[in-house]
Ligand binder design. Structure first.
Ligand code: ZN
Length: 558
């Protein structure tokens, strides 16, 4: 692609062009502003180069020589990269009259390239830094066969259709705007309803699982964050402190120290352990505006956070319970496929090697006891302890990081938390951080994409829409509405003076699972005529039968 662009626009400068997990791209510095209209022409040129079948030739040369080469070729970005490298020798690849700095490997020749497609163009700062020049990036994908390429293009189409940012607007669930600020979410009534249902479910299940529910403030003294080590290790994700009556305060990036503070409010005995504190805790973290993405990457979000204080011996049982809990919660939302990772001790860590060993073993034993398949991420644990990450697979097979279970040897030490053992002496408890959904914002984004906005009934913002055929039917329709609302079903009524076909389309667009159509016959029979959002017609049903059916569906979270 870079060769084709260079042939078509000889004045462009080459920046970088890596392969990624999603395909490939190349960044160009160009007078000509690329648009998607340019892509067919570039593809045509690429096909020409492929036809030439010129071999890729690898050359190794001293870095100094490469600098001179790219200076001669008028490629300042390559020269800049080379000057910063420390290698004595570098490699360049060339085919025909095109030369690029590259580690390789490459195909034997251009003719080996089979199926490809250029997808889009976008602006990108040189080295991702907004103080640098804005370059132009062209994205593409390549496959061994046309069939694989076409499958992938269909997948991308499906991804676009499910984009939660578009659906969030169409279904009136949430918005993010410049006036409030980037990365800060406004939940509209319909989205807030879904979130509230999730929160109520979360709360009920946590109480059943013997968690204590906490509420904690959004700001705390900066000194607290010094003690926890956040000021040293986490500063780049934190906002600037604010001053109140001469003292510095910081908006919270995490909930952990607050829960520790509650733990420390009493003398704790071994009989109190394990102690489980949970909170839907809203935190704020600094993210560059360039990486923000709808609900998936935001600046303010609510974690479904919990901290378990226990003894080392209790880790395994606690982790087993958390694993069961996680899988129950995730599967309740329709996620049945997971990728599980166990991350072990990194090079830099706190705590003792023996402690790490014990905790890592406890995590491993818990996974094995539950018969869960997992992979090991060697050295990928956080500096403070080993962890288990669970990624859910959505209906397109995409994996999303949601749940995490992390053992922490750091905070108990730094914040000096203790419990009185049976030996009447003080001991250090272990702290386990865990989140099942991760953050409500992100989880909601994933849910929207997984269901393409057509939530299961128990989560739907409106579960039943009552549609009247004419004004004569409004009286009875309102009785139906009152009956459903009285039974705890989220229902609304469309009594506008519109044709029934139009009302059906309107409710279908909002992906309301059930529509009750009320006409002459329904008024006479005190019944409802039921239609589903996928177009299926259940026909006339007694009002009580219909209500019972929906209640069952909500209860079963089907
Ligand atoms: Zn925590």
């Amino acid at each position: 692609m870079a060769h084709a662009v260079k042939e078509l626009y000889p004045d462009i400068k080459l920046a970088i062009g890596p392969a990624t997990s999603e395909g490939f791209y190349y960044d160009f510095d160009s007078e000509h502003t690329f648009s998607e209209d340019d892509l067919p022409k570039i593809e045509e040129k690429m096909r020409e180069i492929i036809k030439r079948d010129s071999p890729f030739v690898r050359r190794e040369m001293p870095r100094e020589e490469a600098i001179r080469l790219f200076e001669r070729l008028g490629e300042p970005y390559k020269v800049e990269l080379l000057k910063e490298m420390e290698d004595e020798y570098v490699t360049v690849y060339e085919e025909d009259n095109f030369i690029d700095l590259c580690k390789g490997p490459h195909l034997e020749s251009t003719g080996k390239v089979k199926a490809f497609k250029l997808l889009s163009v976008a602006g990108a700062y040189w080295r991702g830094d907004e103080r640098n020049k804005m370059l132009q990036r062209i994205y593409g994908v390549s496959f061994f066969t046309e069939e694989e390429l076409n499958n992938h293009l269909r997948f991308l189409e499906e991804v676009k259709k499910r984009d939660h940012r578009r659906l969030g607007k169409e279904l009136d669930l949430f918005s993010i705007n410049e006036e409030i600020g980037p990365g800060l979410v406004l939940w509209h009534p319909r989205g807030a309803t879904v979130r509230r249902v999730i929160e109520e479910f979360w709360l009920k299940e946590h109480i059943k699982a013997n968690y204590h529910i906490l509420y904690t403030p959004h700001i705390a003294r900066l000194d607290l964050w010094r003690k926890t080590g956040h000021v040293d290790f986490y500063r780049e994700n934190m906002y600037s402190p604010m001053e109140i009556e001469g003292l510095e305060y910081e908006i919270k990036p995490m909930n952990c120290p607050f829960h520790v503070s509650v733990y420390k409010s009493h003398l704790r005995s071994y009989r109190d352990l394990p102690l489980r504190y949970a909170e839907l805790g809203t935190v704020y973290r600094y993210e560059r505006s360039g990486v923000l993405h709808g609900l998936l990457r935001v600046r303010g979000f609510t974690q479904d956070d919990a901290h378990i204080f226990c003894t080392e011996e209790q880790i395994e049982d606690e982790v087993k319970a958390v694993l069961d809990f996680t899988i129950f919660i995730l599967s309740s939302f329709g996620f049945k496929d997971y990728d599980i990772y166990l991350s072990t001790r990194p090079d830099e860590y706190v705590g003792t090697e023996a402690g790490w060993e014990k905790a890592t073993n406890a995590l491993r034993m818990a996974l094995e006891d539950k018969g869960l398949n997992y992979s090991i991420d060697p050295g990928e644990g956080v500096f403070y302890g080993p962890k288990i990450d669970i990624k859910v697979k959505d209906c397109l097979g995409r994996a999303w990081q949601c749940s995490t279970i992390q053992v922490d040897f750091n905070i108990p030490e730094r914040l000096d938390i203790k419990y009185r053992g049976p030996d009447s002496r003080d001991h250090r408890p272990v702290m386990i951080h865990r989140a099942l959904m991760g953050s409500l914002e992100r989880f909601m984004g994933i849910l929207i994409e997984h269901y393409a906005g057509a939530f299961p009934v128990w989560l739907s913002p409106v579960q039943v829409s009552i549609l009247t055929i004419s004004e004569r039917h409004v009286g009875y329709a309102r009785d139906v509405l009152a009956h459903l609302i009285n039974r705890g079903i989220r229902a609304d009524i469309d009594e506008d003076n519109e044709k029934i076909g139009y009302k059906i389309r309107r409710a279908t667009m909002l992906k309301t699972p059930y529509m009750c159509i009320i006409g002459e016959k329904e008024v006479t029979n005190r019944s409802v005529n039921v239609r589903m959002r996928d177009g299926r017609n259940l026909g006339e049903m007694g009002l009580e039968d219909f209500t019972g059916m929906i209640e069952e569906e909500i209860k079963g979270r089907r």
